[in-house]
Design a protein around this ligand. Structure first.
Ligand code: SAH
Length: 241
C-alpha cells in the first residue's frame, strides 16, 4: 500500500513546472545523487513537443491505442500529443503542482499515486515515459508493481515503458562489467532535487534492464517484449496479458 502524495513545499520539480508554465522560464532544476555528479534537468525539456521527443518516446506514442493512462505525467507533454491524436487520456501524478498545470492545459489530470490500490479503472494503454518505471524505486517492489499493472490493464491492454540498462556505468576499459552481484541491483539509484529554495526528499529511482523486467512480468503471468532499442543501452518494452 502506498498512496503518498507530494505537497507543494517539498516538490522542486512541480515548482519548476509551474514556473515554466506561468512565465515561460524557470530557474535551475538541480539533481543530486550519491552515485552521480550533480546534474540539471532543463525545465523546457519537460514541456517538449512531439518533434522534440527522443526517438524511443515517439515509438511509444505511435504504439498507443485506446484509452490511455499517462503515469507520472509531469507537465503532460505526452498526454497532449495523444489527446491531439484523438485518444481519451487520464494523466496521474503525485505532484499537486504538476496536476494543476496539466488541468490548466486542458488535460484530465488527477493527483493519484500509481501504487494506490483503490485506483481501479481499466486502460488500453498505460504509458510510462522518461523511465517512468523509475517510480518502482527498488527491484524488490516489482511484484507489487506488476499487481498494479494487472489491475489497471484492460483485457487487450498494454503497458509501454522506456528504461535503460545502467550496466555501462560499471564497464571497465577492457569491456567487462564490474558489478557486485551480492550488493543491491545496479539500477537502483537515489536522487534528490532542488529548485530555488525548495529541497525535495531523497527518493529511490529504478532503471531496469530488459531481462530483469521480463523476469518479473513473466512471474506475474504477463508477457513482455522488447519493441525498440536505443543506441545507449536504452529500450522500449511492451507488457501485456
Ligand atoms: N513523464 C513526464 C515526467 C517525468 S518525471 C515526462 O516524461 O516529462 C516523473 C514524474 O513522476 C514526476 O512528475 C513525479 O511527480 C511523478 N511520480 C513520482 N512517483 C509517482 C507515483 N508513485 N505515482 C505517480 N506519479 C509519480
Amino acid at each position: 500500500m502506498d498512496n503518498t502524495l507530494l505537497e507543494a513545499r517539498k516538490d522542486p520539480m512541480g515548482r519548476a513546472i509551474a514556473d515554466y508554465h506561468t512565465s515561460g522560464k524557470a530557474a535551475k532544476l538541480r539533481v543530486l545523487s550519491s552515485m552521480f555528479y550533480e546534474d540539471e534537468i532543463p525545465v523546457a525539456t519537460l514541456f517538449r513537443s512531439y518533434e522534440e521527443m527522443p526517438p524511443l518516446e515517439k515509438t511509444m506514442l505511435q504504439m498507443a491505442h485506446g484509452r490511455v493512462l499517462d503515469v507520472g505525467a509531469g507537465s503532460g507533454c505526452h498526454s497532449l500529443v495523444l489527446m491531439e491524436r484523438g485518444h481519451e487520456v487520464v494523466a496521474i501524478d503525485i505532484s499537486e503542482l504538476s496536476v494543476q498545470v496539466m488541468r490548466s492545459r486542458g488535460i484530465e489530470a488527477r493527483t493519484i499515486n500509481f501504487f494506490d490500490e483503490t485506483f481501479d479503472e481499466k486502460f488500453d494503454t498505460i504509458l510510462m515515459a522518461m523511465n517512468g518505471v523509475g517510480i518502482v524505486g527498488k527491484v524488490e517492489r516489482m511484484p507489487q508493481f506488476m499487481r498494479c499493472v494487472k489491475r489497471l490493464l484492460a483485457p487487450d491492454g498494454q503497458l509501454l515503458l522506456d528504461s535503460s540498462d545502467l550496466r555501462y556505468i560499471f564497464e571497465e576499459e577492457d569491456g567487462s562489467f564490474c558489478i557486485d552481484l551480492a550488493g543491491k541491483y545496479y539500477g537502483e539509484v537515489d536522487f534528490e532535487m532542488r529548485y530555488k529554495g525548495v529541497k525535495g526528499a531523497t527518493f529511490d529511482w529504478l532503471y531496469i534492464d530488459f531481462e530483469t523486467l521480463a523476469y518479473y512480468a513473466t512471474a506475474a503471468g504477463l508477457k513482455c517484449e522488447k519493441c525498440a532499442e536505443g543506441d545507449h543501452y536504452d529500450y522500449v518494452a511492451r507488457i501485456s496479458r
